[in-house]
Design a protein around this ligand. Structure first.
Ligand code: GLU
Length: 555
């Protein structure tokens, strides 16, 4: 039996060849410099900030260059499959404004480089496994788990690298030993289970100074000196399903991916991928290994975001808290590109897509994630979104995540006015951060949520009843802001309070307090808090009846 006969014995039904697939998936017809990127999530049911972070890089690289960005579902790890996970991936990314040009969609595949789901691509993987077998670049390996553990123990004792590589699996050199060759043939015919391994050309266990290295230019990290692989890694598992390594090489080649953006946890696999591409006779794509998302932990040290400890790692967190997608996008760019904030300061009104994203400006040492910073960015970003749009966003958020706020949306025109308070001032108020916070912040407009949260100021507490009584008597809803405040000042002076805070500060013994203490009593009755936007404006939006009933309620 020779290599070709072996490949036919293992894959008798595979009739297509590598060149058939090369012809089926030709080089893409795209302008010079256009980049083709993909997101390859596994359908585990958990979509996290890291996925979005990577997707953002993919999306920008492709769309800034007139290229293509596609979604591929990487479901070769059958143990991790979760119902509806694909739908969740698609809808979550869509929510955050990540749009694919091609690949898996809610209504099936789009594009001519599919199928875009790895579990549907079995025949393609088998074709290339057959090719590697026929060329002597791969071999079937029948080692059992126990045998592999024994090999590992021996290697440990000899202080050699663990793993299956030259010298450790008799099946690797089956063609040099007629006995092994006939064992292989018989066992394949008998239907015994086996994996297919790459027959690595690397030299095992060289001292560091003799190790051969290949230079790979990573778009984020620059030049990497990648050591030669010598492991006979599994390319096809006993189930017939490819490993991530093998599927990655084949899919990214046939789908004509130019840039592979993935987390730095894949860096240690790079030697394997370099050899696999060589074995398959292809050029490697340009790798962009992105940094891990880190946060400052409880002990003040940087640590990786963890699924267990950090709810903010899940994308669901941002949706259920009601962060506007534009805010999350804006924030992600601030941690993705070190020059984004400077650009934003110079171009406060510009569309975010006008920023030129580059992989060179990405940090390779760990991107620091900070919720407080997200909140700051959110405040500023919302200032650039019209109140009507924010109102619509809040409404759909509430329908999905917080139906208890239904009363907020009964009068959308009123809601818009509420959201817009102080936003067009010379120094605009940046009160709005995310939906849950906004519901809390504007709650006083609605009897359903109104409550008095702060204490009366000590200086005016004794007079509170009298202040509110007089306020109600003199209240005229048509007074403008100046007339309205003039009346409060007049009342304050009449009751023994200073007309200005500074008068009171100078001669505290001459007054009970100052006009601010009097107006705080009124503010508390209307808003329930000692701090709020301008009370006159609030009253105008509330309407006369509501104002009067708030005061009466306090009396
Ligand atoms: N399916 C891989 C993962 O979920 C994707 C890695 C890649 O993008 O190459 O980690």
């Amino acid at each position: 039996m020779n290599n070709i006969e072996l490949s036919n014995l293992i894959y008798p039904d595979i009739e297509k060849t590598a060149s058939d697939y090369e012809a089926m998936y030709p080089a893409r017809n795209l302008p010079e410099g256009a980049r083709v990127t993909r997101l390859g999530p596994s359908p585990t049911g958990f979509i996290h900030l890291g996925n979005l972070y990577g997707a953002f890089v993919d999306e920008r690289l492709a769309h800034q260059s007139g290229g293509t960005f596609y979604l591929r579902i990487e479901d070769t790890d059958d143990k991790r499959f979760v119902e509806n996970a694909v739908e969740t991936i698609i809808s979550s990314l869509e929510f955050f404004g990540i749009n694919f040009d091609e690949g898996v969609t809610a209504d099936g595949d789009i594009g001519s480089y599919g199928d875009y789901t790895q579990s549907h691509r079995g025949e393609i993987y088998r074709t290339f496994a057959k090719k590697l077998l026929a060329e002597g670049w791969a071999y079937p390996c029948f080692l059992t788990e126990e045998e592999i553990s024994k090999i590992r123990e021996e290697q440990e004792a000899l202080k050699l690298a663990p793993g299956i590589y030259a010298g450790w699996s008799k099946y690797r050199d089956w063609d040099k030993d007629p006995e092994v060759a006939s064992e292989v043939e018989e066992r394949i015919k008998a239907g015994d289970s086996f994996v297919i391994r790459l027959k690595s050309q690397g030299t095992p266990n060289l001292p560091a100074e003799e190790l051969k290295r290949t230079t790979v230019v990573d778009a984020v990290r620059g030049k990497l000196e990648v050591p030669e692989n010598f492991q006979d890694i599994v390319i096809i598992k006993t189930t017939g399903i490819p490993t991530y390594h093998f599927a990655h090489a084949i899919d990214d080649h046939l789908m004509r991916t130019t840039h592979v953006v993935r987390g730095e946890e894949w860096l240690p696999s790079l030697p394997i991928h370099v050899e696999l591409f060589k074995a398959l006779g292809w050029e490697t794509p340009i790798y962009c290994h992105t940094a891990q998302l880190m946060k400052i932990g409880e002990d003040g040290n940087k640590r990786k975001l963890s699924k267990r400890k950090d709810p903010e790692l899940s994308l669901d967190y941002y949706r259920s808290q009601g962060y506007h997608p534009a805010c999350v996008r804006e924030y992600l760019l601030t941690i993705l590109n070190s020059n984004f904030e400077e650009w934003r300061a110079e171009n406060p009104e510009a569309d975010i897509d006008e920023f030129e994203f580059t992989t060179e400006k990405m940090s390779s040492s760990g991107a620091l994630f900070d919720l407080n910073k997200l909140n700051d960015v959110s405040k500023n970003t919302l200032l650039h979104i019209p109140a009507a749009d924010i109102a619509c966003f809040l409404k759909s958020w509430s329908e999905e995540f917080a139906p208890e706020y239904e009363y907020v949306f009964r009068d959308m025109e009123k809601l818009e006015k509420i959201l817009d308070i102080g936003r067009h001032d010379a120094r605009p108020r940046a009160d709005l951060v995310y939906a849950r916070q906004i519901m809390e912040f504007i709650g006083y407009f609605f009897d359903e949520a109104f409550e008095v949260k702060d204490e009366l100021p000590a200086e005016a507490a004794a007079d509170a009843h009298e202040i509110l009584k007089r306020y109600l008597e003199s209240y005229d809803h048509s007074d403008d802001n100046e007339v309205w405040f003039g009346k409060i000042r007049e009342m304050a002076v009449d009751m023994g309070y200073a007309a200005k805070p500074k008068d009171y500060k100078k001669n505290p013994d001459d007054y009970k307090g100052h006009v601010g203490h009097v107006s705080t009593v009124i503010r508390l009755a209307i808003v329930g808090r000692a701090q709020s936007p301008d009370v006159w404006t609030i009253q105008q939006i509330m309407g006369e009846d509501a104002v009067r009933s708030r005061i009466e309620r306090s009396l």
